[in-house]
Ligand binder design. Structure first.
Ligand code: FAD
Length: 460
């Protein structure tokens, strides 16, 4: 028998409930819909998308993302999810990697050539002008060692920093700053000195050491909420399911039977299966108090998070030609040309966003100071910005943007199958083998939904 939540009456019962309308919850709900289970999805906020959402900036009228999101070709389940909900037309994915990198006024590109397979990515190193010949040889050596690095759960790579591994394999400050950290910092939202060698190896083995299409950087052509939230909700509804926003769950009752899902200020639902697609803190908050500290669930409290700060500047004219660009020797890490990505004319003006990963240094800095730093920096990087007028300046700080993949953290990621019958877990931080990404979120949702359907099918 399920233990009853403190208050509320059981008014209805459902076969499948999903709590949390981020990408993990949306993916789970879509999968359950495809399986014919017509799920009920409950989201606390008025909008879907979780940590990948957009809002309309009242002053500029633009749809602004909570943070610039990109993905690589290797993100197969995220790409498949977009296709299934009919959103594929709203992203751009080039055939190969092509990322301009600016240093001291000179642009060199990380660009995969036309050769097949891994050879294409070797060309990336050969053409990269921000490393000397010696640096390139060093990098080639590091890449070849990393290609054969053996990753295994609980293995030594999980307990070493990526920086330490790289240095043990011939890498120096120059290759680390000009190449390894240029990719690691935005992809894992932490510096090479902080992340585990295992996640570093995962990143480069998955994206840069196989088919050249896997490293291609894709991006949305519309705001994040327009991209996935509405399309996924529409998909669920068209398959007989239900999506409710402003429906926060304030308790989940567990007791070996149906999962009791209590909606704040509303009904309690008896769910034969429930996918909890919440962040670790969100999951712990809805669990019965005695379960939060038990052997299984308490690990979730050990997952740490890292901030991302997005600095948006609207100029009265075009200042940046590339669609996006990485910058070395500058506080600007990666900068995106939102006007070009969203195909907006912007009356001759331009909206750019500077994306600051691992943003501990910036997260508490007041907006006026950030403006001073980054407008000056943009004027140095883009000559046209020096004479342009910034018509709008906006900062979006996401303090818990991603979970951290520091050494030893992998053991705290919970599996999608919980010890509670009928309760399944999703969320990018659950054990998918992926870092904190849209791909990880979708993978977790797919896996949790598959387990839920297996469970339901077993019950008949
Ligand atoms: C600024 C920023 C930039 C990023 N850049 C990238 C990128 O470039 N590429 C990439 O792949 N990833 C990126 N990410 C990471 C990516 O956004 C996340 O990995 C992904 O969105 C996580 O989805 P999720 O569903 O696991 O979690 P969440 O999105 O956190 O979803 C959890 C949902 O549960 C809801 N919720 C919480 N409590 C309750 C409750 N009690 N009842 C009901 N609902 C509840 C929340 O409101 C939320 O909607 C970025 C993230 C941020 C913040």
């Amino acid at each position: 028998m399920a233990s009853k939540p403190d208050s509320g009456t059981v008014l209805s019962s459902r076969r499948a409930v999903v709590v949390g309308g981020g990408l993990a919850g949306l993916a789970a709900a879509v999968r359950l819909s495809e399986g014919g289970y017509a799920p009920l999805l409950l989201e606390r906020r008025p909008f879907l998308g979780g940590r990948a959402y957009s809002f309309v900036d009242r002053e500029s009228g633009a749809e602004v993302d909570n943070g610039q999101h990109v993905f690589v070709g290797a993100c197969t389940e995220y790409r498949d999810f977009l296709c299934r909900i009919g959103a594929w037309g709203n992203v751009h994915v080039p055939a190969r990697l092509d990322a301009p990198v600016l240093r001291g006024g000179k642009v060199s590109r990380l660009r995969a050539g036309g050769l097949p397979g891994p050879l294409a990515n070797l060309g990336v190193i050969a053409r990269y002008g921000h490393l000397s010949l010696r640096g390139k040889l060093r990098l080639l050596y590091g890449m070849s060692r990393l290609r054969f690095a053996v990753r295994k759960a609980g293995g030594p790579l999980e307990y070493e920093t990526f920086d330490s591994w790289l240095r043990r394999h011939g890498q120096d400050d120059d290759t680390i700053e000009s190449f390894w950290n240029l990719i690691t910092l935005p992809a894992l939202n932490d510096d090479v000195r902080e992340v585990s060698a295992d996640m570093g190896a995962m990143l480069f083995q998955t994206a840069l050491m196989g088919d050249p299409g896997k490293a291609a950087i894709g991006y949305p052509l519309v705001g994040l909420s327009s991209l996935a939230g509405s399309a996924a909700a529409e998909f669920v509804r068209s398959h007989g399911g239900e999506v409710r926003c402003r429906a926060g769950v304030d308790g989940i009752g567990l007791g070996g039977g149906p999962v009791e899902v209590r909606i704040s200020g509303s009904e309690t639902i008896s769910a034969e299966s429930c996918v909890a697609a919440l962040m670790p803190s969100g999951l712990l908050a809805v669990l019965p108090e005695e379960r939060r500290s038990d052997e299984f669930f308490s690990n979730a409290s050990r997952i740490e998070t890292a901030p991302i700060v997005g600095v948006h500047i609207w100029y009265d004219r075009w200042v940046m030609d590339e669609t996006f660009m990485a910058v070395l020797d500058s506080p600007v890490q990666w900068v995106f040309n939102v006007t070009a990505m969203h195909g907006e004319a912007d009356g001759g003006g331009q909206h750019i966003v500077i994306s600051l990963s691992g943003a501990w240094k910036w997260k508490n800095m007041p907006k006026a100071e950030l403006r001073e730093v980054f407008e000056a920096e943009a004027a140095t990087l883009f000559p046209a910005a020096a004479s342009a007028r910034a018509t709008r300046f906006l900062v979006v700080k996401m303090l818990d943007a991603t979970f951290r993949v520091v050494p030893g953290a992998a053991r705290y990621r919970l599996p999608q199958r919980s010890p509670e019958p009928g309760l399944f877990l999703a969320g990018d931080w659950t054990d998918t083998g992926w870092p904190s990404t849209m791909e990880g979120a979708v993978r977790s949702g797919n896996r949790a939904a598959d387990l839920a359907m297996e469970y339901l099918a077993g019950k008949g």
